[in-house]
Design a protein. Structure first.
Length: 43
């Protein structure tokens, strides 16, 4: 999985969790999750 795929998956996940959130909140939360998971790509 590439970084862009991981980022897209995070965004889709967050949209599923908080469907009524505004786009800024979605992006911030998705980016936090992405940063936390990114180390898995390097493992």
């Amino acid at each position: 999985m590439t970084e862009s795929e991981l980022r897209a998956n995070c965004m889709n996940f967050v949209k599923g969790v908080g469907p009524n959130w505004d786009i800024v909140t979605l992006r911030v939360v998705a980016e936090r999750i992405f940063e936390n998971l990114k180390f898995l790509l390097k493992a």
